[in-house]
Design a protein around this ligand. Structure first.
Ligand code: NAD
Ligand code: ZN
Length: 234
């Protein structure tokens, strides 16, 4: 951890890239994890453009179940530590693949959601954006059109936030990857744009050999240790 702390002190521009592993400590399972939410469904199908158009009611039944789990979740020490790193000026931007808004709940200010958010949608007819909250009905716009989620579904293109994330990664001296298997394309290639990368992920990733720091410990335990090394604990 001292090594990572030194790298962060020396870096002029550090960006954090997070994945589902940063939220497992908040009770939201990752795709590859053993339990919960994703057990009942194949996320590649349930969260696909095809599933949405095939049967919007069935799509939203699962979607709102997922949304209510996210809405009830609280940020864990990993999210809080990342927010503190930003507040202290050590981190410029948080790029997240997550759609649970836990970074914002933890106090992170500059968050790029490269896979969108569960809590908003837009009308298929008039394109107006609306917040999404739990419902047993298919959500509809004031114009009567069906609302689709702002989540990047399997089969969608990448949103503006992703292209901003590319620019941020390109500017960075250091990308700190937290809780991502680095297997979901194209987000997994973002760290390659920076000068250096560091990885905190429970399991090995395909990019471990390119990283100048790798930890296979839990993010919610490692990041508070990092704060201590940077005299930011407490
Ligand atoms: P992933 O499921 O592919 O990988 C998560 C990684 O996190 C795994 O390699 C695992 O070893 C690691 N991990 C699990 N718990 C950890 C912990 N406590 N500390 C450190 N590492 C831990 O996740 P991904 O790479 O983010 O990609 C999956 C896709 O699924 C993403 O696109 C994301 O949008 C979506 N997703 C989002 C959420 C969410 O919003 N919370 C949850 C599940 C999946
Ligand atoms: Zn509308």
């Amino acid at each position: 951890m001292e090594t990572l702390a030194r790298m962060i002190r020396e870096s002029q521009y550090t960006v954090v890239l997070t994945g589902a592993g940063v939220s497992t400590g908040s009770g939201i399972p990752d795709f590859r994890g053993p339990k919960g939410l994703w057990k009942q469904v194949d996320p590649m199908d349930a969260l696909s453009v095809a599933a949405f158009y095939r049967d919007p009611k069935a799509f939203y039944d699962f979607y709102f179940h997922m949304l209510s789990e996210f809405a009830n979740a609280k940020p864990n020490p990993a999210h809080l530590a990342i927010a503190k790193l930003e507040e202290a000026g050590f981190v410029k931007t948080v790029i997240t693949q997550n759609i649970d808004e836990l970074h914002q709940k933890a106090g992170s200010k500059k968050v790029l959601e490269v896979h969108g958010t569960t809590f908003a949608g837009y009308c298929l007819d008039c394109k107006k954006e609306s917040p999404l909250a739990y419902s047993t009905e298919i959500p509809r716009c004031s114009c009567g059109g069906i609302i689709r989620p702002k989540v990047v579904l399997f089969g969608d293109g990448m949103p503006d936030a992703y292209f901003k994330a590319e620019e941020e990664a390109h500017k960075a001296d250091l990308v700190l990857v937290v809780g991502s298997s680095l297997t979901v394309s194209p987000a997994c290639y973002l760290p390659l744009r920076a000068k250096e990368m560091a990885i905190i992920n429970l399991e090995p990733t395909p990019f471990d050999s390119r990283a100048i720091f790798v930890s296979h410990e839990k993010a919610e335990e490692e990041l508070p240790r990092l704060l201590q090394c940077l005299d930011l604990a407490g």
